[in-house]
Design a protein around this ligand. Structure first.
Ligand code: EPZ
Length: 433
């Protein structure tokens, strides 16, 4: 049964919210966990759809997966009996490509279905394949599968043509047990790249320089057991920061690494919100209309593309004209049509959105086009006058755990109900009126 969110807007968010583990770090870490034959314990795992699909795939190739609780899992890769991954569900997620690097790195062979994920642009994987080939693998794409194999992998100097999170992590996975030394130049510096490197090192890998644009990997013969806690999710935190500012609320966002949020904090402060930083929390508050600005998405430490829809929604409500340039994915403005239905005034020209701030939004029936755009539409619904229903929330559930529960705990009125259930809509309206 498909669900939708129903939101009654207009309530400022107040209180505290605790951020979960980083989805995009967890995807790399779970794949890395199968590279040892020892048992690995991973904590602070987000309980979201993409993670559960990846765990299913890991179980599907024979690894032992023991979910101790929603946020803790034990994985043992010694029982893996298959290096082919081709399921309907795995086809829909992006993180499946990490199983290619992990299986190739461990068994010198992997066959993984071409990755899916959010439809935010063409999303090529040429840099991943270039990296695997540089390490000595033969890689073919046939019938929708990526087939990679090697007699043995040998360390190499690899220069990426573009800064890519996925290929950086994948080459760390494939090369950490290769013979000799691999150097990745023009590497991605995102916090989740560092987290995957730290996890691999905790299993005995020798990776230096993660977090800079040059990563050096000295191959080790084997990896061993580890217990590891995943870093907090920068984008879930950023989404709550924006939601607090947009609703003119006051929210303490706990279990974050404030340094990872700097690009977002700086922009929020620039447009007039108040951001206070603590050791492992940020507090965002706002009591007046925010101002316009210019934003360009860039690889870390630049402004994250995964926060572009949310901040654009905030700017749609700020005074004056803002310009937002999306420089990573060409198809990441699909939420603009939905926001326009709520009264926003945004014109998209190529990869630039020109946003004329409006005084307010009005509730509408809208559809989430992808994960972060869906989260942005939730923010819009929280601000809008009246009721908003959002369909296709399966996208949002790929990356936000208990979104409606966390938002409701901050005082807003939001519920997950079955699509086309008029009685549930009426019940919600009665409850919140
Ligand atoms: C990861 O995608 C994330 N996904 C995305 O998060 C995120 O938007 C993106 O990194 C950027 O931070 C996962 O971690 C599963 P890239 P990925 O490789 O790995 C080009 C979310 O909402 N490129 O860093 O696909 C590419 O087209 C999702 O959580 C190549 O040209 O992103 C893009 O312009 C959505 N060739 C740029 O590099 C390649 O081989 C960055 O992509 C690979 C990428």
């Amino acid at each position: 049964m498909e669900n939708q969110y129903i939101i009654k807007g207009g309530t400022p968010l107040h209180g505290e919210v605790t951020i979960g583990g980083a989805k995009n770090a967890a995807l790399g870490i779970l794949a890395a966990a199968i590279m040892t034959d020892d048992t690995v314990l991973i904590d602070n795992l987000p309980d979201v759809r993409d993670i559960n699909v990846l765990l299913e795939a890991i179980r599907g190739i024979g690894a032992t997966v023991e979910r101790i609780n929603p946020h803790t899992v034990k994985i043992n890769g010694s029982t893996i009996n298959d290096v082919t991954i081709d399921y309907d569900s795995i086809r829909k997620i992006r993180g499946s490509y990490y199983l290619l690097g992990a299986l190739l790195g461990k068994y010198n062979k992997a066959n993984v279905v071409l990755p899916g994920g959010c439809d935010i642009g063409s999303r090529p994987i040429d840099q991943h394949l270039k990296g695997f080939r540089a390490l000595g693998a033969t890689v073919n794409i046939e019938y929708g599968m990526i087939n990679a194999s090697a007699d043995k992998l040998i360390g190499k100097h690899i220069y990426f043509d573009v800064v890519t999170v996925g290929a950086t992590i994948n080459i760390m996975l494939a090369s950490c047990m290769a013979e000799g030394r691999t150097v990745i130049e023009n590497a991605a510096k995102e916090p989740h790249v560092v987290d995957v490197a730290n996890f691999l090192n905790s299993m005995g890998a020798n990776i230096k320089g993660a977090g800079t644009d040059k990563i050096r990997i000295n191959g080790v013969p084997r990896l061993h057991s580890s217990e590891y806690s995943i870093i907090p999710d920068q984008i879930e935190a950023g989404t709550f920061m924006v939601a607090a500012a947009a609703t003119k609320g006051d929210v303490l966002i706990k279990n974050v690494i404030p340094r990872h949020l700097e690009a977002i904090s700086v922009k929020l402060i620039e447009i007039g919100a108040t951001v206070e930083e603590f050791d492992d929390a940020v507090r965002v508050s706002c009591n007046n209309r925010l101002m316009h600005t210019q934003i360009k998405t860039l690889p870390y430490p630049g402004f994250p593309t995964d926060m572009q829809p949310q901040i654009s929604t905030l700017l749609a409500l700020s005074s004056g004209t803002s310009i937002v340039t999306e420089s990573l994915f060409e198809n990441r403005f699909k939420y603009v049509d939905e926001l326009s239905r709520m009264g926003a005034s945004i014109k998209v020209e190529g990869n630039v959105a020109i946003i004329e701030g409006v005084d307010g939004l009005t509730g509408a029936s809208i559809t989430a086009p992808d994960l972060r755009a869906g989260a942005a539409l939730v923010v819009a619904g929280l601000v809008a006058n009246g009721y908003t229903t959002i369909d296709s929330i399966q996208y949002i559930e790929r990356g936000y755990e208990n979104f409606e529960g966390k938002i409701t705990a901050l005082g807003a009125s939001m519920q997950k109900i079955p699509v086309d259930d008029e009685r549930a809509v009426q019940k919600f309206k009665l409850k919140v009126s």
